[in-house]
Design a protein. Structure first.
Ligand code: DGI
Ligand code: FE
Ligand code: FE
Length: 197
């Protein structure tokens, strides 16, 4: 059995059918984006497959996995249960699956919040999570178009969407989400200024 088949078999035991289909969809999308934008295709596929591995696990198990991985949560992270699966997922993949690659670790760790200074692989996974074939939200076609043109344009749109949604619900917004957004907006403004002179 190849590596991907082994991971798929494990995923099936850890998540719903719906989440399993999502994981396959994100792996496929991440592979395509990696090919298009020059990220490591194998790492992108593995990160895509495994990024939500802890998502359907009970919150207690997620917290325990985080603790076992030696990761300390900030107060904002403690208050935002939706973020735990990404942190626990990165820990699980390193600890239980023995995947030591720090790039895969970071891609999974930051797949929900993003951060500033993201690698190509991190951006690929972040965007793939928004544009995979199983996604159906309003505006997904526009996101898919953006993803074909520019990873950064798609990232900015995804972050804008998330920040808008979370603030509308009066939820916490992780500082990394704001850092990622500000960096991309500053980059765009700089490019506009540079091309004007
Ligand atoms: O796991 P997925 O559903 O595939 O997608 P995801 O990992 O991006 O998780 C999306 C959820 O995470 C969504 O309910 C909004 C929430 N989220 C995303 N960014 C932040 C966040 N929640 C908080 N509190 N802060 C964030 O910055
Ligand atoms: Fe996720
Ligand atoms: Fe996901």
């Amino acid at each position: 059995m190849d590596r991907y088949e082994e991971y798929k078999k494990l995923l099936k035991t850890m998540m719903s059918e719906y989440r399993y289909r999502h994981s396959l969809g994100v792996a496929d999308e991440a592979r395509k984006l990696a090919e298009r934008y020059g990220a490591d295709v194998e790492k992108a596929t593995v990160a895509g497959l495994l990024h939500d591995i802890m998502k359907d696990q009970p919150p207690k198990v997620q917290l325990q996995t985080i603790e076992d991985s030696g990761i300390i949560l900030t107060p904002v992270e403690q208050a935002s249960q939706k973020l735990w699966h990404a942190i626990a997922g990165a820990g699980y993949v390193r600890m239980k699956l023995g995947i030591r690659d720090p790039e895969i670790f970071d891609a999974i760790l930051y797949h929900t919040t993003g951060r500033d200074g993201m690698s190509r692989l991190e951006k690929v996974l972040y965007v793939a999570d928004y544009t995979s074939c199983d996604r159906q939200y309003e505006g997904v076609e526009h996101m898919r178009e953006l993803a074909k043109i520019s990873l950064e344009d798609a990232m900015r749109e995804g972050l804008r969407f998330t920040i808008q949604e979370l603030s509308g619900l009066e939820r916490t917004i992780h500082p990394n989400t704001i850092f990622a957004y500000n960096e991309l907006v500053c980059d765009k403004l700089r490019q506009q200024r540079d091309s004007a002179v």
